[in-house]
Design a protein around this ligand. Structure first.
Ligand SMILES: Cc1cc2nc3c(=O)[nH]c(=O)nc-3n(C[C@H](O)[C@H](O)[C@H](O)COP(=O)(O)OP(=O)(O)OC[C@H]3O[C@@H](n4cnc5c(N)ncnc54)[C@H](O)[C@@H]3O)c2cc1C
Length: 413
């Protein structure tokens, strides 16, 4: 295909990997990012989990019941402010997406994408000798007999997808994670040996370096105005007018506002989440890899010499306002499983980020109805795990090697 000059809007993990894959195919790429550097928004301090065994749409068949229970829970994993009309519509879409037939279709697409992504990430790590605090293994922990029995119903599906797993008793789990608090009740756990935890931001920085070596230009502090569908080859930032052959919008939660004049609905909703990060006090008291507490949907992971706990879904509210109940839930889960991992009374990084969530769970990787304007956005809770394959697919679609029919779940409908 002929070399094009392509603009990528957004330098989160999705924009950086997209720019890299496009440059690798010989295109001239310019990344336009409003912040001072890359991975400053959702890709900044996420939980770091790369788990093809556990990428699931949030809207699952058990989601409606779970939400009702959460309303009466002291330590909630889902928080909702008084919803506006848009949020109510989004919740209705989630409810439709949670029907079993829709859920399994989307979950399979996500899993396919996640497995591809993991393979590409490993390839790039090997090729460029990248270090980004990778640790191997992820453990899903179930507190009570009911949730443990329910989790086991999905195991034949994991086998059919080629995802290896190991069932663990509470005692066997202690062997995997010796620092685990033994007094906290556990009915059982699933160990996913091929899944990983790693630092998304560090990987984004490393891929940015590799992209620059391929000639990608990163223009920071450059906020792009909403696109004009009658002039799709023109981008405007402040007083500056720029021209490109094509544009890929990788703007996370801000994607919808950039495309506001396109008369299309991406269905992307910002859903906030939190992470707390602190230095490990004594390595023997900290997690070795990653753990997900199924009841609270909270993850506790090791990131180099730090421990990070992340989770909670907050619909509505403000980006800069921290919700005390959310933070309390994270501390509770941490205290239940790894109480001595760090001294949480000092120097804790408290982070609130917004997931760009689409009700059905799969991202949008496709061309918009306006020729030359593409989308790679809406990766929800799994953007880090899906990033490398999403970038490859987008580049493949732009070059007509991959057709939308091959990935119908990723198109605008
Ligand atoms: C608490 C929490 C935990 C998470 N844990 C995990 C996890 O364990 N595993 C996982 O896979 N995923 C996880 N995620 C999700 C993951 O972080 C996101 O899916 C991913 O970071 C999205 O990347 P992105 O590049 O699409 O978005 P972002 O990282 O938000 O990047 C979008 C970029 O676009 C820029 N931008 C927007 N508008 C403009 C404009 N007009 N002009 C120029 N630039 C613009 C923004 O400044 C930003 O840098 C988590 C998310 C949260 C909140």
């Amino acid at each position: 295909m002929t070399r094009q000059h392509i603009a990528v809007i957004g330098a989160g993990i999705i924009g950086v990997t997209t720019a890299f894959e496009l440059a690798l195919r010989g295109h001239q790429v310019t990344v336009l990012e409003k912040n001072q550097t890359c991975a400053e928004e959702s890709s900044f301090a996420n939980a770091g989990v790369i788990s093809p065994g556990y990428v699931t749409p949030w809207a699952s068949p058990s989601m409606p019941g779970r939400l009702l229970r959460e309303c009466f829970s002291k330590n909630a994993s889902f928080l909702m402010h008084f919803p506006n009309m848009e949020e109510l519509q989004w919740l209705t879409q989630c409810w439709r997406a949670s029907r079993a037939e829709n859920y399994w279709l989307q979950r399979t697409a996500l899993q396919r994408l996640a497995l591809m992504s993991q393979a590409r990430m490993k390839e790039l790590s090997h090729l460029f000798r990248l270090e980004y605090e990778q640790v191997q293994g992820y453990n899903l922990v179930y507190r009570d007999a009911k949730s443990w029995a329910q989790a086991q119903l999905a195991l034949p599906y994991l086998s059919s997808q080629g995802v290896p797993f190991e069932l663990l008793t509470a005692e066997a789990m202690m062997d995997k994670e010796p620092a685990l608090e033994s007094s906290t009740t556990m009915a059982g756990a699933i160990h996913l040996p091929q899944d990983q935890v790693a630092n998304c931001r560090q990987f984004a920085m490393a891929i940015r370096d590799e992209a620059e070596k391929l000639g990608v230009e990163f223009r920071f502090k450059t906020e792009v105005n909403s696109l004009d569908p009658s002039r799709p080859r023109q981008l405007v930032s402040g007083q500056e007018v720029m021209h490109f052959d094509a544009t890929v919008v990788c703007a996370g939660t801000m994607t919808e506002s950039i495309l506001r004049d396109f008369k299309l609905k991406t269905g992307i909703m910002p859903v906030y989440g939190y992470s707390l990060t602190a230095m490990i006090k004594e390595p023997l008291d900290a997690p070795r890899c990653g753990l997900m507490d199924d009841k609270y949907k909270v993850t506790i992971v090791r990131q180099g010499n730090r421990v990070r706990v992340g989770g909670v879904m907050e619909l509505g509210g403000r980006a800069k306002e921290h919700n005390g109940k959310a933070i309390k839930t994270l501390y509770k889960v941490l205290d239940d499983w790894f109480p001595k991992a760090s001294d949480w009374s000092q120097q804790v990084q408290v982070w609130k980020g917004a997931r760009a969530m689409i009700a059905k769970g799969t991202p949008l990787i496709c061309q918009t109805p306006v020729p030359g304007v593409w989308l790679n956005a809406g990766h929800g809770s799994s953007g880090w795990a899906l990033s490398c394959a999403s970038a490859q697919l987008l580049a493949g679609m732009l070059e007509r090697e991959v057709t939308p029919e091959q990935w119908p779940e990723l198109t605008l409908r």
